[in-house]
Design a protein around this ligand. Structure first.
Ligand code: FEO
Length: 170
């Protein structure tokens, strides 16, 4: 049985991950509207991964005696002045999510809840990758975003991202 605080934090995380999916879906539609279909594809796949994260938290809660309570998902910001603002918002959001994961981890550690810590290990690693991806995208934009030919190639590169299910199974 999960500690009440740990269970509550995991329940909140379900919502945060669905919000992440919603946020990135908004990014995807914004880029599509700009004609950057590669970026739109990249964020649509990111949204899919976030839905997977939400479902992993939901299933973990269910498998450990908790009852998921689904909350309303906030409306994500979709009014951006340019691509750099979108990419920077993505990077900032991933740092925020890392903080949320760390908070759950700290609560689980305090309770000596080793099972939850082990479950969260995957997310700790995943957040490292997601922060790096978001930071790399921003760097690429700063290097190539102003050159139409380079941007065309970058957008093509972004279109090659394909979905694969998370390596974590419960
Ligand atoms: Fe589910 Fe991008 O963190």
């Amino acid at each position: 049985m999960l500690d009440e605080k740990v269970a509550q934090l995991i329940n909140t995380q379900i919502n945060k991950e669905f919000y992440s999916a919603y946020l990135y879906l908004g990014f995807s539609t914004w880029f599509s509207d700009q004609g950057l279909e590669g970026f739109a594809n990249w964020y649509q796949i990111q949204a899919q991964e976030e839905r997977d994260h939400a479902m992993l938290f939901l299933e973990y809660l269910q498998n450990n005696g908790g009852r998921p309570v689904l909350e309303a998902i906030d409306r994500p910001d979709q009014d951006f002045s340019g691509a750099r603002e979108v990419l920077a918002a993505g990077e900032k959001h991933e740092h925020y999510v890392t903080g949320l994961i760390n908070t759950i981890y700290a609560a689980a550690a305090e309770q000596k809840d080793f099972r939850t810590m082990q479950f969260l290990d995957w997310f700790v690693k995943e957040q490292g990758e997601e922060e790096k991806n978001a930071g790399d995208l921003l760097k690429k934009w700063d290097l190539f975003g102003a050159d139409p030919r380079a941007l065309y190639m970058l957008d093509n590169e972004m279109s090659s991202r394909t979905y694969s299910a998370p390596s974590l199974t419960l």
